[in-house]
Write a protein that binds this ligand. Structure first.
Ligand code: ADP
Ligand code: ZN
Length: 741
C-alpha cells in the first residue's frame, strides 16, 4: 500500500524547508523534488501546479519509495523551485497511485508516462470558470439598431441566458450583447455551475428478466454488494440481453453509492447505447472519449474524482480516470482489438481493467459473444466466473452461416457477388427485409496495378499498397494517410491508361450491387464516410428506420449495432484475414464473422448469413457453418498450447525503428546481443517487424518468450537497464503481450 502520510520528508532536508516529490506527466523515470511554500498544505496524491523549465504543469505529489527509478536525485533544498499552488481537484487515491505504478512496472514504461494518461485533460479547461448570464434591466438603449432590438426581444421573457445563447437566439454577434451590457441595458449575473452529470435512478425502468438473465444478474449483484474483487465473463450469444443483464449490476452499484465504468470499443458511435442507458436509468451516463470537448472532459474529470459522476461510458482511456469509489467495471465486446493501445504506453485495456478492479476491490465483468482466447482460457480455468446466456431474447435463432464455395459457384471475373447470394438478396429485399454485404476493405480497390509492366503502386513511406478511393478520386495509404491523385500513366513505365484497379473495396462493391439491383436503396458504411461521426450516426439511424435496403459495410458494422430489419448477411470474402501467418488470424476471423452474422435476425425475423470462401474446409469456416463455437475454441486452444503461444506462454516485443534501416537493424542486433541469459527466456530475432516500414521509419522486431508464470516485465526491465542507448532518431518501443507474435 502506498504511503498516505503527509509527504514532507524531514530526514533528507533541513526541517524548516518542506520538500515533496512530485511525479510529472513526462517521460522521465523519477519524480522531481519541489519546495512547499508557506501557507500551502499538501499530502500524497494531491494534484499540484508546478514549474518545469519555463512551463507550468500538473503533477501528483508522489509517495517516497526505495525504488531508485521513482526517487528524485537529492538536490540542495535552497535551489528547489516551489510548488505554485494546489489544483482544485480531488487527490489521487492510494488505489489509483498503486494502479499507475502497477501499469508502469508491467508495461516497462516510466510512471510519468502512465500519469500522463491519468491527467490527460486540458488544465485550463478544468478550472471552474464562473459562468455568467445576462438579463434585461429597466433601461432601454439610446442607440437603437435592429441587432440590438433582436437581443432585447429575445430577452423580454425575463429569463437569464448565457451571453452566447442570447447572441445565438437573436442571431447577432456576441459583441452586440457586450455593447448592451456596457450601456446598462443588460446586466450580468453569475450562473450556478453546471452539474457534471445527473444522478441515474437505479429503478427508473426495470425490465422483466428471463430466467437465465435473472440468474446471471443475481450473481453480479451479489458480487457488487460484497465489495470485493470478483471477475466475471458474461458469455452470451448476440441479442441474448447481456446489456440488460449487466444493467442490473450497474443499478446495484448506484444503490451502493459506488461508481461504474463501462468500457466500449467504439464509443463515438454508440449513441444508441447511451439512449438505451437513459431509458433504463433516466439519464445518460457521462461520456469519455476523444470526441468529447475539452471543456466537457474537464468537468467529467472533476466529477469522477469527486464522486458526483456515478457512471462513465468510455473508450479505453477512461480506465485512467481518478474514480472516487469505483465499484464495477464492465468491458463490453471484450474481444475487440480497439482495447489494445499500441503507442506511448502499450497496454491492453481489458487486462488492465481486471488489474484496476483488483486494486479497487471492485467487480469486473468482461462481456462478449465471442470471448478472446485469453478470456476463454481464464474462464475454463475458473479464474473468471462464467455467466452464460445461451439464447436470444427475441427467441430467434442465431443465424447459421451457409458457405458459398467460390471455386464452384463464384461470380464471373471482375465481380464479387456470387449468383446465389444475389438471388437471396433480391428475395430478401422483395420481402421487405434489409441485406448487409460485409467486406472489410475501405475504398474502391486495395491495389492498383500496371497491366503493361506489372508495377504495383506503393506508399512512398510505408510498406503498404496505395488504396484507390474513387469517390475522393485519389490513392491513399491506410497506414500513414498519404494521398495522391490517381495517376493517368504508370509511374514506372509511363504507359498511359495502363493502370487497373485490382480486387474489391466497399466502393466497388457498391457499384456492383447498384448494377444488380438498380431499384434498391444502398448505403456504404465505413469509417471514412464523408461527414465523419455525425454523418455516420445519421446513416445508422436511417438504417434502423428502414430507409436503406442494402448496407455495404466494413468491420464498423460488426460492432454492437442493432439493425432491426436486417434479415440477410453476405460475407464477400471470408478468407481476407486468414493466411498471413498471423497466429491470431483464426481467432480474429472467427470473432468477426460470427459477430457480423449475429447482426441478422435479431428481432422477429429469422436471419440468414452467407460466407463466400475459397476454403470451406478450413476449421474456422467449418466451426462457423456448424454453429459450433466450442469446437472452434477447443481446437484453437489446443493449437496455442501445442505451439507454446499465449496464453500458454508470454511474449514481449521490442520494436526498434529509425529512418536509416541499417542503423535500426544494427541497434536491434546490439539489443539482442545484450539480452540477459536465463534458461527461462528465449529471445528471437531481430527480424523485420510485421509492418516493416511505417511513415518512413524502418522497423525491426525482437521477441522474448517465456513460460506463462515468468515475470517477463522484470526481465525486460533488467535487459533495458544494461542496454546501449538509442541515439539519433532511433526509437525502441516495448510491447508486453503484443497482439502479434
Ligand atoms: P446483447 O447485448 O446480448 O447483444 P441486448 O442486451 O442488446 O443483447 O438485447 C437484445 C435486445 O433484446 C435488445 O433490444 C434488448 O432491449 C432486448 N432485451 C433483452 N433482454 C430483455 C428483457 N429482459 N426485457 C426486454 N427486452 C430485452
Ligand atoms: Zn504510407
Amino acid at each position: 500500500m502506498p504511503d498516505t502520510r503527509p509527504a514532507d520528508s524531514p530526514s533528507l532536508f533541513p526541517s524548516h524547508v518542506r520538500v515533496v516529490d512530485v511525479l510529472l506527466p513526462v517521460a522521465v523515470g523519477s519524480a522531481y523534488s519541489y519546495r512547499v511554500p508557506e501557507g500551502i498544505e499538501v499530502a500524497v496524491g494531491d494534484i499540484v501546479v508546478v514549474p518545469l523549465g519555463t512551463r507550468h504543469m500538473l503533477g501528483c505529489v508522489w509517495p517516497r519509495t526505495e525504488d531508485p527509478r521513482e526517487s528524485p536525485k537529492p538536490v540542495d533544498p535552497a535551489r528547489l523551485k516551489p510548488i505554485q499552488r494546489k489544483y482544485d481537484v480531488a487527490p489521487l487515491r492510494p488505489a489509483m497511485i498503486a494502479f499507475i505504478r502497477w501499469i508502469a512496472d508491467y508495461t516497462v514504461t516510466p510512471p510519468g508516462m502512465v500519469l500522463r494518461l491519468a491527467l490527460r485533460h486540458d488544465e485550463s479547461a478544468g478550472i471552474a470558470r464562473e459562468r455568467t448570464g445576462v438579463r434585461l434591466t429597466e433601461r432601454r438603449p439610446e442607440r437603437r439598431t435592429s441587432a440590438r432590438e433582436r437581443v432585447i426581444a429575445a430577452l423580454l421573457d425575463g429569463f437569464v441566458r448565457s451571453k452566447s445563447d442570447a447572441a445565438r437566439e437573436a442571431g447577432v454577434s456576441p459583441s452586440v450583447v457586450d455593447g448592451l451590457v456596457d450601456d446598462g441595458v443588460l446586466e450580468t449575473v453569475v450562473l450556478p455551475p453546471e452539474p457534471a452529470a445527473e444522478a441515474p435512478d437505479p429503478d427508473h425502468s426495470r425490465p422483466e428478466l428471463l430466467p437465465a438473465q435473472a440468474e446471471a444478474a443475481t450473481r453480479l449483484v451479489a458480487a457488487v454488494k460484497a465489495r470485493a474483487f470478483q471477475p466475471f465473463l458474461i458469455d452470451g450469444v448476440t441479442g441474448s440481453g447481456k446489456t440488460e443483464t449487466y444493467f442490473e449490476a450497474v443499478a446495484e452499484a448506484i444503490r451502493q453509492g459506488r461508481q461504474t465504468l463501462i468500457l466500449m470499443p467504439e464509443i463515438a458511435l454508440t449513441q444508441a447505447f447511451l439512449d438505451r442507458f437513459a431509458r433504463r436509468f433516466g439519464v445518460r451516463p457521462a461520456e469519455w472519449h476523444s470526441a468529447v470537448s475539452t471543456k466537457r472532459r474537464g468537468r467529467v474529470f472533476k466529477g469522477v474524482a469527486s464522486g458526483e459522476v456515478r457512471v462513465v461510458a468510455g473508450a479505453r482511456s477512461a480506465l485512467f480516470l481518478p474514480f472516487a469509489d469505483l465499484g464495477l467495471i464492465l468491458v463490453d465486446e471484450e474481444h475487440d482489438n480497439a482495447y489494445k493501445q499500441e503507442d506511448g504506453v502499450h497496454y491492453h485495456a481489458r487486462d488492465m481493467a481486471v488489474v484496476r478492479a483488483r486494486l479497487e476491490a471492485a467487480t469486473v465483468a468482461l462481456v462478449s459473444a465471442t470471448p478472446s482466447i485469453e478470456t476463454e482460457v481464464n474462464a475454463r480455468r475458473g479464474r473468471y466466473t462464467r455467466l452464460a446466456l445461451p439464447e436470444r431474447f427475441a427467441g430467434t435463432k442465431v443465424p447459421r452461416l451457409e458457405p458459398i464455395d467460390l471455386r464452384r459457384e463464384g461470380p464471373p471475373r471482375g465481380q464479387w457477388i456470387a449468383p446465389r447470394l444475389a438471388q437471396e438478396m433480391e428475395r430478401t429485399i422483395e420481402a421487405g427485409g434489409q441485406a448487409l454485404l460485409f467486406l472489410n476493405r475501405r475504398g474502391y480497390a486495395p491495389l492498383t496495378l500496371c497491366r503493361a509492366c506489372g508495377h504495383r503502386i506503393k506508399c512512398p513511406s510505408c510498406s503498404s499498397w496505395l488504396v484507390e478511393h474513387r469517390f475522393r478520386r485519389r490513392l491513399e495509404c491506410h497506414q500513414c494517410g498519404y494521398a495522391t491523385p490517381v495517376p493517368t500513366e504508370c509511374p514506372n513505365c509511363h504507359e498511359p491508361n495502363s493502370l487497373i484497379p485490382c480486387g474489391p473495396g466497399v466502393e466497388r462493391l457498391h457499384e456492383e450491387a447498384a448494377k444488380l439491383m438498380p431499384e434498391a436503396r444502398l448505403q456504404v458504411l465505413s469509417s471514412d464516410l464523408a461527414g465523419g461521426v455525425e454523418r455516420l450516426r445519421a446513416e445508422l439511424k436511417a438504417i434502423e428506420d428502414g430507409e436503406v435496403d442494402i448496407i455495404i459495410g466494413t468491420q464498423l458494422v460488426a460492432k454492437g449495432h442493432n439493425f432491426p430489419g436486417l434479415a440477410l448477411v453476405g460475407v464477400i470474402d471470408a478468407d481476407v484475414g486468414l493466411g498471413h501467418g498471423d497466429p491470431r488470424a483464426a481467432e480474429r476471423t472467427f470473432q468477426l464473422l460470427h459477430q457480423v452474422a449475429g447482426r441478422a435476425g435479431r428481432h422477429e425475423m429469422e436471419g440468414r448469413a452467407f460466407l463466400q470462401t475459397y476454403m470451406p474446409e478450413h476449421p474456422v469456416m467449418q466451426a462457423l457453418v456448424a454453429g459450433d463455437r466450442d469446437a472452434f475454441y477447443d481446437r484453437e486452444i489446443g493449437v496455442r498450447e501445442e505451439a507454446h503461444l499465449p496464453p500458454f506462454a508470454r511474449f514481449a516485443a521490442l520494436i526498434v525503428s529509425g529512418t536509416d534501416p541499417h542503423a535500426a537493424q544494427a541497434h536491434a542486433r546490439a539489443l539482442a546481443a545484450c539480452s540477459p541469459f536465463t534458461g527461462e527466456v528465449r529471445v528471437l530475432g531481430p527480424a523485420e517487424a510485421p509492418l516493416a516500414l511505417v511513415r518512413g521509419r524502418h522497423r525491426y522486431r525482437l521477441l522474448a518468450r517465456s513460460a506463462r508464470l515468468f515475470d517477463l516485465s522484470a526481465y525486460v526491465r533488467a535487459w533495458m537497464a544494461g542496454a546501449p542507448r538509442a541515439t539519433g532518431n532511433l526509437r525502441v518501443e516495448i510491447d508486453i503481450d503484443p497482439q502479434s507474435f
